[in-house]
Write a protein that binds this ligand. Structure first.
Ligand code: FE2
Length: 301
């Protein structure tokens, strides 16, 4: 079986270490509009984007960063196929405990580490929320775009781009979307970012770049179906005096209209609309020379 066929179906969930769960709850629920699924005081905060039991998992910690990402497979056979592939590549991958499966709300789970210290959790059969508890954002007009496309995307900060590319393409079997090589701000360092997608084709579920940033995670993106929810979320962030990292703008590769705000974790959240879905039968990999085709300026302080 070639690596193309072994690709995950989607990025199903994010797990973050967090020093202050209360500030995350205020930010993610009241400002961003996620649905509070459950909270265990001083221990865990669980948030929904759709009909799944949980998509964003926060665990009390002494650091603020990405801890793990969950990669979803449609069947147990597909999961076992990629696990056999990863083992054949000489990479360590472990069957997770029943306790971790319950924690992640999945039936079966394997874990392995990437070169950047992020745990990758490969699973099948995620739990859905009860029908009597439909997704309900406290502040949004419409819904998040999740479902089979997954929770969103993230950009991983790496010190070893070659090892990370090997892990994502040849071990995890993600599919190459495109590249952007552009200056990070006027006169800034050249940022070389690689974008990768899964079987269900969200333009990218993961991307990586070597950049000067103090965390493993540069940003995580969530996408909405109603463009007005981007503007309304932007207004809520401004009213709450949250630091806008990049103003409203548009990316040339995934066609995302978005803004970027700093989170309580010190990394960034991209709030977007309009990102494209890749059809692998009609896709060619390109390299772009700009991060944004309009906007996304850093605010003048
Ligand atoms: Fe992004």
């Amino acid at each position: 079986m070639n690596t193309f066929e072994l690709s995950p179906s989607s990025l199903g969930y994010f797990v973050f270490n967090a020093t202050n769960l209360n500030s995350w709850k205020e930010f993610a629920v009241d400002i961003i509009g996620m649905h509070l699924a459950d909270e265990q005081e001083g221990s865990r905060l669980l948030l929904r984007l759709d009909d799944r039991a949980q998509r964003f998992i926060f665990e009390q910690s002494d650091e603020d960063d990405l801890a793990a990402v969950g990669w979803e497979f449609d069947t147990e056979q597909e999961l076992e196929n990629i696990v056999a592939h990863i083992k054949s590549e000489g990479v360590s991958i472990e069957l997770a405990s029943n306790e971790l499966c319950i924690n992640r709300c999945v039936e079966k789970l394997y874990t392995c580490m990437d070169p950047n210290g992020v745990q990758h959790e490969l699973y099948f059969a995620p739990a859905f929320a009860a029908l009597k508890e439909p997704f309900n954002s406290p502040v949004m007009l419409g819904d998040f775009i999740a479902g089979k496309l997954g929770a969103g995307h993230y950009v991983s900060v790496t010190q070893d781009a070659a090892a990370t590319e090997h892990f994502f393409l040849n071990i995890l079997c993600l599919r190459l979307s495109d590249y952007i090589r552009a200056e990070l701000g006027p006169g800034g360092p050249l940022l070389d970012t690689t974008f990768l997608h899964t079987k269900t084709g969200r333009h990218h579920s993961a991307a990586f770049a070597a950049m000067p940033f103090p965390k493993k995670l540069h940003h995580v993106m969530i996408q909405v179906e109603n463009m007005n929810d981007v503007g309304l979320a932007y207004d809520r962030c401004k009213q709450a005096n949250l630091p806008i990292v990049m103003e409203l703008g548009h990316h040339p590769n995934d066609q995302m209209f978005s803004f970027y705000v700093q989170t309580p974790g010190g990394f960034v959240l991209e709030f977007g609309w309009g990102g494209i879905v890749i059809d692998d039968n009609d896709w060619s990999v390109k390299s772009y020379s700009q991060l944004s085709d309009w906007g996304h300026q850093q605010p003048v302080s």
